[in-house]
Design a protein around this ligand. Structure first.
Ligand SMILES: *Cc1c(COP(=O)(O)O)cnc(C)c1O
Length: 231
């Protein structure tokens, strides 16, 4: 079932990319595995998934440890933190996550920087942007992103790779479009002002209900749970 779902998702991505004149290879797919069993995750990995997203460090750690033996037989897994991070979990988070997508404050950035320095790591992160009032509790307000970013780039063990957002849940994906557009414009503005060393490349936006609209608006990374694991 999971491999059938993935096949259908890839067809839908190909279709919307063709329509939007975008390269399908420019879109990465993160399987969000919160509340999914190790068996379900193994099935997704066997079907070609290479990127795993988790919301909670504790749950991610358990899966990270239980899945590591099979990673020897498959492509290496990239681990993404997509949920709100708590200060007391930073130490574990920097150890296991390749990309922390939910960086939502300068305070958290300095904690991650310290934790990463201790293990001599440069931690890749995305800034989570609160593009809508209703969708999320966490995230940096759009008007404050540039200001926050200017401080974060002074930290030596953290590297911002892009932006992430969660659109409000609606029955109509078109309603998500303005939030995705807002995030893309913000990325363009940051790159135009040359605030970071290298241009930011990742726009993590789009979930099961709205990933096609997100791709039309420039998403380079969609985060899918239900579309992969439910029929
Ligand atoms: C759960 C979750 C997803 C996946 O949601 P679906 O609607 O099941 O695709 C994506 N991003 C974040 C931050 C999530 O918490």
């Amino acid at each position: 079932m999971i491999s059938d779902n993935l096949l259908k998702i890839r067809e839908r991505v190909a279709l919307v990319c063709a329509k939007a004149k975008r390269d399908q290879d420019a879109i990465s797919l993160v399987a969000v595995t919160k509340n999914r069993s190790p068996e379900e995750i193994r099935e997704a990995l066997a079907a070609g998934i290479t990127d795993i997203g988790e919301n909670r460090v504790q749950e991610a750690l358990l899966k990270y440890n239980s899945l590591s033996p099979i990673t020897q037989h498959l492509s290496p897994i990239s681990w993404h933190m997509v949920g709100h991070l708590q200060t007391n979990k930073v130490k574990d988070a920097v150890r296991i996550f390749d990309l922390i997508q939910s960086l939502d404050s300068l305070h958290m950035a300095s904690q991650i920087d310290k934790g990463a320095a201790k293990i001599s790591k440069i931690q890749d992160v995305l800034i989570e942007v609160k593009t809508s009032e209703e969708a999320t509790k966490f995230g940096v307000k759009p008007a404050e992103v540039i200001e926050v970013l200017k401080e974060i780039i002074k930290l030596t063990n953290i590297r911002v790779q892009g932006l992430m957002t969660i659109a409000p849940l609606t029955d109509n994906p078109e309603k998500a479009r303005p939030y995705f557009k807002r995030l893309r414009e913000l990325l363009c503005e940051i790159n135009a002002q040359r605030i970071t060393h290298a241009a930011l490349r990742i726009l993590s936006m789009g979930m099961t209900d709205d990933f096609e609209v997100a791709i039309e608006e420039g998403s380079t990374m969609v985060r899918l749970g239900r579309a992969i694991f439910e029929a």
